[in-house]
Design a protein around this ligand. Structure first.
Ligand code: GLY
Length: 372
């Protein structure tokens, strides 16, 4: 297909989709209101964790998350080969650690849910957990061990994607808010951005938490996406002896060790709209949970603290593919799973744009499900 594509939003979803489409020979512009990759994609923990992040009640989403993970190794190979950059993809597994009997009962229920769905998780005693991660608190009484939850440095991924996208011929317009999506009759015609009309055959809304705020979308085509605020703290581990090897969760928080020595403590889950502030309560909560889990945290220097906004749909699942307006496509609403689902979103949505065929994996995740 020949065509002009405008992607609204330069996060991990917009950039990876833009890269796939530019490589396929389309003329692609990614239009980003701020600096590309500096929104939720930057603040994320980078967990590729279909098991740790899918809760009872999310059975319909789990197959997409598992397939999303399956597509990461090839995506990393392609991205690293295209850019010569490493993205710190680590297949270390994850632990969900219970710090008391209440947590243990909760995680046991969760473990049984995952086992019923034939997911590869194991139940560990407190002794077994501390053998794997010796610096964990002696309060650890049990854990779910999920050897197939991986992680990646999401900040390196978006930096690599920016390079890969522009190398493939894509045009990145940063600091350019989209004022309006232009829809005429039943068809999209482009966008108004930075005072300029950008003509397009295809417009993709990948604007994350801001997707529902775009002007110009017909009312019944507005994606039901809202911001869910997350605060994170990044600490510096000692270079000689990292205090953690694997991603570790407890109820309400998680710790992600990165190969550069950073230890990310995440994340609050707050329904406060686009409130951009770090709060004493949010940071206190994260550091208290991190210290209860890993007492050595007490001594670690703080590198930085960040706020991001998860793009959360009404059912926590992404909104992908056609919209009923010809040429208008959605790739938004990824909630907690934007990093995990970036490759599968880019692959399936680019396939749809290039061929007109909607891949089976994303059929249950179109906007249509909210209209029925
Ligand atoms: N995926 C991690 C979070 O949403 O906090």
């Amino acid at each position: 297909m020949n065509g002009n594509v405008v992607i609204v939003g330069g996060g991990i979803i917009g950039l990876s989709l833009g890269w796939y489409l530019a490589r396929a020979g389309l003329t692609v512009q990614v239009v980003e209101r701020g600096e590309a990759g500096r929104g939720a994609s930057w603040v994320a923990g980078g967990m590729l964790a279909p098991h740790a992040e899918s809760e009872p009640g999310e059975e319909a989403l789990l197959p997409l998350l598992v397939e999303g993970l399956r597509r990461w190794p090839a995506f990393v190979d392609e991205l690293e080969a295209a850019t010569g950059m490493s993205v710190d993809y680590r297949r270390d597994g994850a632990l969900l650690v219970a710090l008391d009997q209440d947590d243990a009962r909760k995680y046991r229920f969760w473990y049984e849910f995952l086992r019923e769905l034939r997911q590869p998780v194991e139940w560990l005693s407190g002794y077994e957990v501390r053998k794997m991660e010796p610096y964990l608190s002696r309060s650890a009484v049990a854990a779910i061990w999920s050897p197939h939850d991986y992680h990646v440095n999401n900040q390196l991924v978006v930096l690599a994607l920016k390079q890969a996208f522009t190398q493939a011929g894509g045009r990145l317009r940063e600091h350019t808010p989209v004022e309006k999506v232009i829809v005429e009759g039943e068809r999209v015609r482009g966008v108004l951005a930075g005072g300029e009309r950008l003509e397009a055959d295809i417009v993709v809304v990948a604007a994350g938490a801001w997707s529902s705020q775009l002007a110009g979308l017909p009312e019944d085509v507005c994606p039901p996406v809202r911001p869910v605020k997350g605060q994170v703290v990044i600490l510096q581990m000692p270079a000689v002896e990292p205090v953690l090897q694997r991603v570790v969760w407890c109820v309400d928080a998680y710790l992600v060790p990165r190969s550069n020595g950073h230890l990310l403590v995440g994340a609050t889950v707050e329904e406060v709209g686009f409130d951009p502030h770090l709060t004493a309560g949010g940071i206190y909560h994260l550091l208290r949970r991190a210290w209860e889990l890993l007492p050595a945290v007490y001594e670690l220097p703080i590198v930085e603290m960040l706020v991001g906004f998860r793009p959360t749909s009404r059912d926590d699942a992404p909104i992908l593919g056609p919209t009923g307006v010809e040429g208008l496509v959605f790739a938004t609403g990824h909630h907690r799973n934007g990093i995990l689902l970036a490759p599968i979103t880019a692959q399936t949505v680019s396939h749809y744009i290039l061929s007109g065929e909607l891949p089976d994996e994303i059929r249950p995740f179109t906007l249509d499900r909210f209209r029925r």
